[in-house]
Design a protein around this ligand. Structure first.
Ligand SMILES: [Zn+2]
Length: 329
């Protein structure tokens, strides 16, 4: 299935069905349903009795095999699962050995006589070696082979790869449509959740994340050294990645800077009053410096560095943003 907000994109693809590229690049913001769209496209390419508008029939042998994840002419390529030890801290990559399997697959003849499809998700998780290996085959694709690359961050792909693909932008749904969907999935809290996720309607409702985030915001409103350090320890115990914390903090800092300019909060609208109240106590220059620092750390957010130490350091810096520091425990 595809999400309703992507219907117009599907219509567009269906209208030009006869002029298909051998490689697609579907890109857009995380959390909007790109992968489902890519899988739908793959199923449609393999379907043996497509419906109107080239939609997959869900009934033919090919569609059955596809829905059971056992279609011999379909290959899904995702980063190797992070081992449980590292939890979400381990960086997941698509390595060159994996892409070599794709090359072997590409040169086989189709089991069912139709196309062969490889879906690479997300494409930016290929390391440089893997990307170069893929590039070779994109330059001379075997007949009947279709690649579907999906990317959250198109800028991180090699330009030479991008130029070999037909690029299709999958854009964020309109707010009303996204809100209706989130309401249906998550109930009352929908507007706040949608705001926190920057308008992207698909996200896992992760209890441990939600709880830790809900504990963080009151601390950020009334920061106290000991409480902040305790928080860093509690966060570290959950083995969550630094990037998770950076995401929460970066969004909060952005809302703080918006409040200083009398602009409504983007990510934490439920905390608007508190944001307005604290704005007089914030040193704007220190705030911008901290925002820069958080942004600079972002590329390291998945590495297994000392997460607790990083958090402590950031939270102490946060305390320094306050002109009237309150360091009493
Ligand atoms: Zn079918």
């Amino acid at each position: 299935m595809i999400y309703p907000w992507f219907e117009p994109v599907w219509q567009q693809i269906a209208r030009h069905w006869q002029q298909q590229p051998h490689a697609w690049l579907l890109y857009g913001h995380p959390g909007i349903g790109k992968r489902e769209f890519a899988e739908y496209l793959a199923q449609a390419l393999l379907c043996e009795s497509p419906r109107t508008n080239h939609q997959p029939c869900s009934e033919c042998t090919s569609c059955h095999l596809y829905s059971q994840h056992s279609h011999p002419d379909f290959l899904l390529v995702t980063p190797e699962e992070a081992d449980s030890e590292g939890g979400e801290r381990k960086q997941a990559l698509i390595k060159v050995e994996t892409i070599r399997n794709v090359l072997d697959f590409a040169h086989l003849s189709a089991h069912r006589g139709g196309k062969r499809v490889a879906l690479i998700y997300p494409a930016e998780s290929m390391n440089l070696q893997a990307a170069n290996a893929l590039l070779k085959i994109l330059e001379e694709p075997p007949a009947g082979m279709v690649f579907i690359l999906v990317s959250h961050q198109k800028d991180r792909l090699l330009p030479t790869i991008k130029s070999r693909c037909r690029q299709v932008a999958l854009t964020m749904p309109a707010r009303a449509q996204a809100l209706a969907y989130v309401q249906q999935q998550h109930g009352d809290n929908a507007a706040d959740l949608l705001a926190f996720h920057g308008g992207a309607p698909l996200f896992a409702d992760n209890d441990s994340h939600n709880q830790l985030r809900n504990e963080l915001i009151p601390l950020l409103i009334k920061p106290r050294l000991i409480a902040l350090l305790d928080y860093a320890a509690a966060f570290d115990k959950q083995k969550l990645a630094l990037c998770t914390f950076l995401d929460w903090l970066a969004k909060w800092l952005l809302d703080m800077s918006l409040a200083q300019q009398h602009i409504h909060a983007m990510y934490y609208p439920a905390w608007q009053n508190a944001l307005n109240e604290i704005t007089g106590q914030i040193n704007p220059l220190s705030l911008f410096a901290l925002i820069d620092r958080v942004n600079a750390l972002a590329p390291y957010g998945k590495h297994t560095l000392n997460v607790k130490m990083q958090l402590e350091d950031l939270l102490i810096d946060y305390l320094n943003v306050w002109q009237h520091k309150n360091t009493k425990p």
